[in-house]
Design a protein around this ligand. Structure first.
Ligand code: NDP
Length: 342
């Protein structure tokens, strides 16, 4: 779509998620278009720019990144870098006067999240976190069922987000490097479960307890945890239990148990292939509320419209800060062996 109906996006970091998921979907969005790429790899950037029909002067490196300030084709940046680099590139985007969509997890500390939010406010620019499940038909349907109390009063949410990582080390894979990834699977994958616990319960926890596991003599887990289990207690008395790991057979599951019904989502939070089953008494219903793959374009359209119309962002920096504080509480609980009151 032309300018006026659509905003120009600079993609920062041409890694797996940018190249395989986000960039191919930008054309499906009505209110965003690709305007530039920012990469540390000049050769890859040139190939990608050519494939997407971008001119050579729309290619930036991390060293020339600040020059986007003078590029009117770029309204916003989409930061898709390793997590430990998000803050630096978000702050520089605000200094350059651009709006920002930043991948999850927002940052590794709540202090960094606070800095990002403050910088966005000072620059009067939007800050969105790429929480795509808020735009995905199955998760939206589940939120609607919960608002309608379709399962009766909520009792227990359980989530599992696991995969078995290959022979990575902190040096060969940023996801295993504490400075870039924090504690590991919780920030990367388990965050989807924590998010589901919050958007399905519609509550914030009053207590959190957790434990982590870091096996000795496994180079993959020299710096990060292999497994994190956590439990949140909500004011209503409902609980949510979350398990995430880089060392188990794949799992991507969310289940919700109310007093009169049971909802299973498996897979629940991926890019596609979602399945959802609602059980009440003896009746079981398979729900197919829509095509999950529209989540990417729907998220980008929400961002583009919010930027152009000045409307509220559904998944703003404040939500990323909220989640980062919960992750900090989870690690504090695991470290001290105590339940954290929030
Ligand atoms: P990748 O490792 O595939 O790509 C990261 C890219 O960042 C690299 O290709 C590189 O791009 C750039 N980069 C800059 N500095 C470094 C560095 N020191 N080490 C490694 N890469 C560097 O990661 P992903 O694309 O999987 O993840 C990027 C972000 O997106 C993360 O925050 C992650 O949590 C998030 N993500 C979100 C998903 C979602 O579903 N919402 C799914 C997957 C990831 P270049 O060569 O162009 O400089």
């Amino acid at each position: 779509a032309p300018k006026g109906q659509s905003i120009g996006l600079a993609i920062v970091g041409l890694g797996g998620y940018a190249l395989n998921q986000i960039m191919p979907r930008i054309a499906e969005a009505d209110h965003c278009h690709l305007a530039a790429v920012v990469s540390g790899n000049a050769e890859k950037a040139a190939t990608v720019a050519a494939a997407y029909g971008l001119p050579e002067d729309a290619i930036y490196s991390y060293d020339s990144y600040e020059e986007i300030a003078g590029d009117d084709r770029i309204d916003a940046v989409y930061v898709i870098l390793p997590t430990g680099l998000h803050t630096e590139f978000v702050l520089k985007a605000f200094t350059a006067g651009k709006h920002v969509i930043c991948e999850k997890p927002m940052a590794l500390t709540s202090a960094e999240c606070e800095d990002m939010i403050a910088a966005g406010k000072a620059a009067d620019r939007k800050l969105m976190i790429g929480y795509r499940c808020h735009f995905e038909p199955y998760n939206l349907k589940a939120m609607e069922l919960m608002r309608e109390e379709a399962l009766g009063p909520l009792r227990v949410i359980r989530t599992a987000h696991h995969y078995r990582s290959g022979p990575s080390t902190p040096a060969t894979n940023w996801r295993h490097n504490r400075a870039l990834a924090g504690g590991g699977p919780l920030e990367d994958y388990g965050l989807y479960g924590i998010q589901a616990g919050l958007y399905l319960s519609g509550e914030m926890p009053v207590r959190i307890s957790a434990s982590t596991q870091q096996p000795a003599n496994d180079p993959r887990f020299a710096e990060i945890f292999a497994h994190t289990a956590s439990q949140m207690i909500f004011p209503s008395g409902a609980t949510s239990q979350h398990s995430t790991s880089y060392d188990g057979a794949g799992a991507n599951m969310v289940t919700v148990r109310g007093q009169t019904g049971f909802l299973t989502m498996e897979p629940a939070t991926g890019y596609g292939g979602h399945e959802m089953m609602l059980r009440k008494g003896r009746s079981t219903e398979t729900l197919t509320p829509g095509n999950p793959s529209i989540q990417f374009a729907a998220m980008l359209d929400h961002f583009g419209l919010s930027v152009m119309e000045g409307t509220e962002i559904l998944t703003p920096g404040e939500m990323g800060l909220r989640d980062t504080r919960l992750i900090e509480a989870i690690y504090r609980s695991a470290e001290t062996g105590r339940t954290m009151a929030l």
